[in-house]
Each structure stands twice: as structure tokens, then as C-alpha cells.
Design a protein around this ligand. Structure first.
Ligand code: FES
Length: 145
């Protein structure tokens, strides 16, 4: 049985841009992206696209979906799953709005999806351009040549 939620106030609804998102950093694990759509509905997903780990918080919200900024996969905000023909899901976090305050479950923030790491990319990282067996398109800055 799942323990009762301990709701934690994160921000006001109006603090989240319409059709955009805010990131909620956690002591451990990938940040949580909190989205707001045009109906002022609020959703929370791990800020990590199920494709190659793109930052969903930087995507465009439409309806109850977000378009990933990296390769334009469409991810459902209600279930965290990619729309067909793409496949895969990102963890979804419980979220509610109470009198204008956006609330997340403190227990989930502390424990959910801690095993999913942020993608590593960039010329300074040992595994630049790698996420598992997948490769990112990483450009070397001009100044580094
Ligand atoms: S990383 Fe999101 S669509 Fe590729």
C-alpha cells in the first residue's frame, strides 16, 4: 500500500509560464519538470525525455502533451508516455493545485526515479556524447580546437 501523500508547496500556478514549465531541483536525482497548459492544468514529470534524455522542461506544451526540444517526440503529460510511433515513458510525479499553490508529493520528490541519471554530454565529460549505448550529437565548441 502506498503511504499517504505529504504535499509540499512548490510555487504558485502563475509562477509557471503558460505552455511552459519550471524545474524543481532535488537533493538527489534528475530535476522534476512542472508544466502548465493553456487550461491552467499542472503536470509533473521527470525532466528527462524517454528518448535520449532531453530536458522536457525546455519543450513546448500543447494540450496535455509536451514536445521534446531535442528531437520533437511528443510526451503525454498525464501519463509520461511517448505518443506512437515512439515508445517509452518517463516517470510521472503526483501533482495538484490547492488554492493556487502547486503541490508535489514530498515522498516522491525524495525517492522516485533516483536511479535515472542525467544524460552526460559535452566536451568536458569523460563519456562525452554517450548515454548508455546511444550517442548524442555533441558539437565541440570552436574555442576548444
Ligand atoms: S531526447 Fe527527446 S525526442 Fe530525443
Amino acid at each position: 500500500m502506498k503511504p499517504m501523500s505529504q504535499w509540499q508547496a512548490i510555487c504558485r500556478t502563475e509562477d509557471i509560464p503558460v505552455l511552459g514549465a519550471r524545474r524543481v531541483a532535488r537533493p538527489a536525482g534528475v530535476a522534476v519538470a512542472v508544466f502548465r497548459n493553456s487550461q491552467d492544468e499542472v503536470f509533473a514529470l521527470l525532466d528527462r525525455c524517454p528518448h535520449k534524455g532531453g530536458p522536457l522542461s525546455q519543450g513546448i506544451v500543447f494540450g496535455t502533451s509536451v514536445a521534446c526540444p531535442l528531437h520533437n517526440w511528443t510526451i503525454g503529460l498525464e501519463d509520461g508516455c511517448a505518443k506512437q510511433p515512439d515508445e517509452g515513458c518517463v516517470p510521472r510525479f503526483a501533482c495538484k493545485v490547492d488554492n493556487g499553490s502547486v503541490m508535489l508529493d514530498a515522498g516522491e520528490l525524495a525517492t522516485l526515479a533516483l536511479d535515472l541519471v542525467a544524460p552526460l554530454a559535452g566536451p568536458q565529460t569523460k563519456n562525452a556524447g554517450k548515454l548508455g549505448d546511444e550517442s548524442f550529437d555533441v558539437q565541440t565548441p570552436h574555442s576548444a580546437q
